[in-house]
Design a protein around this ligand. Structure first.
Ligand SMILES: O=P(O)(O)OC[C@H]1O[C@H](O[C@H]2O[C@H](CO)[C@@H](O)[C@H](O)[C@H]2O)[C@H](O)[C@@H](O)[C@@H]1O
Length: 365
């Protein structure tokens, strides 16, 4: 697959006439009313209102997103941490619960959704060095032979695809706003693979996002450690390597920029501020879209499982929980409120879990 070409090539906009389902997708799955043009897209927030940016909770959010703080504030041996053990009563380990999960999966087809950073790869200081291990890659390759598997990431599709390096998966980059089917169809599961670009609901935002990227690179260039990442339909402003006393400067740059773009909004990730279009589209919608595209929605015999570590993964957890569709699994070394059902501590446990899913699949074909 020529990933560069997919970046600059005309975006696969679905030729389906307005109002008709695309790829069999219901209108309710579209990020804005299909009867209107883009400029009439309903806003999630009133244009111009950046309430969370201006509130004092904004810096608090920046501080609390820090895994460094998590480690500082928690005992090194988390198994001795009473708070963590109490928390696990509500969010049991997916490893310890594998039999329960397998029982609930009896007679059902599992669909697996995996976040990338912090789930398949450990969190590292340099976002360009967030490599996944070969063992993890082998585990994901293996599971995709038996179970339709998708990577759902905040990164651009191209970038996350490069990191993962597996052609047989589905990818949803830019927090689900760039969905791509496998180039090399998976072999063993009986789902017809869909190839190439599937859906890019934010394509009209591309020029705006590029403009914001260029402007943020320029205005943050003197803040030591700040890094602006182009995620195609989103821009990430990293402050992990910025001295905490300069975090307000980073915040100010983002706020000043957003003021000029009422169609963009801010979300918080792990030591990263993420700017994205004001669309009713998120990782939960991406999961819904993929299930529908694969003919796996509205089926009693399907069990979607979503594994992720970040706030943005909560949209997918919520989607699965609210529809009683399947399980969210939160990856975290410290207690956190979540809409997930189960928990895993870190990417090494994620790998173990993936391998257990394969064993289960092999034992119950
Ligand atoms: O949805 P994800 O796949 O989890 O992507 C979310 C963001 O992940 C990356 O940033 C995070 O991981 C980096 C590498 O470990 C770390 O340095 C950074 O502090 C984290 O926020 C990625 O760089 C972002 O673009 C993604 O949006």
């Amino acid at each position: 697959m020529d990933l560069k070409a997919t970046h600059s090539a005309p975006i696969l906009t679905d030729p389906t006439p307005i109002g008709k389902p695309r790829l069999g997708i219901h209108d309710s799955l579209l990020p804005y009313a299909s009867s209107g043009v883009f400029s009439q897209a309903p806003f999630l927030k009133k244009p111009g209102l950046l309430d969370d940016v201006r509130s004092t909770s904004w810096l608090d959010a920046m501080k609390s997103s820090s895994p460094r703080n998590v480690l500082k504030n928690n005992a090194t041996d988390l198994s001795n941490d009473v708070a963590y053990r109490n928390w696990m009563i509500k969010y049991p380990s997916a490893l310890a619960s594998i039999e329960q999960i397998a029982n609930n999966a009896k007679g059902k087809r599992i669909a697996l959704f995996l976040d990338y950073d912090g789930t398949l790869s450990p969190i590292v200081d340099n976002p360009d060095h967030a490599f996944m291990s070969n063992a993890m890659r082998a585990a994901v390759r293996n599971v995709a032979k038996y179970i339709p598997t998708a990577i759902i990431s905040g990164r651009s599709c191209e970038k996350v695809h490069k990191f993962v390096g597996l052609k047989e998966l589905y990818y949803a980059g830019s927090h689900g706003m760039d969905i791509m089917g496998p180039v090399q169809p998976p072999t063993d599961h009986r789902i017809e693979a869909i190839e190439g670009n599937l859906y890019q609901p934010a394509s009209e935002f591309l020029p705006m996002i590029n403009e914001v990227f260029v402007s943020l690179v320029e205005i943050t260039k003197d803040i030591e450690g700040a890094k602006v990442e182009d995620n195609k339909f989103c821009v990430s402003v990293h402050y992990r390597n910025v001295d905490e006393k300069n975090w307000t400067m980073v915040a100010q740059c983002v706020e000043d920029t957003l003021k000029n773009y009422p169609r963009l909004r801010l979300t918080h990730g792990r030591m990263v501020l993420e700017i994205r279009p004001v669309l009713k589209w998120d990782k939960g919608k991406a999961v819904e879209f993929l299930l529908e595209s694969l003919g796996l929605s509205n089926c009693d015999d399907v069990l979607p499982i979503y594994v992720g570590d970040d706030r943005t993964d909560e949209d997918a957890f919520k989607f699965l929980r609210e529809g009683s569709l399947g399980y969210g699994i939160l990856v975290t070394p410290a207690p956190k409120e979540s809409s997930a059902y189960y928990s895993l501590r870190d990417p090494s446990e994620v790998m173990e879990f993936i391998n257990l899913l394969v064993m289960h699949k092999k034992s119950v074909p």
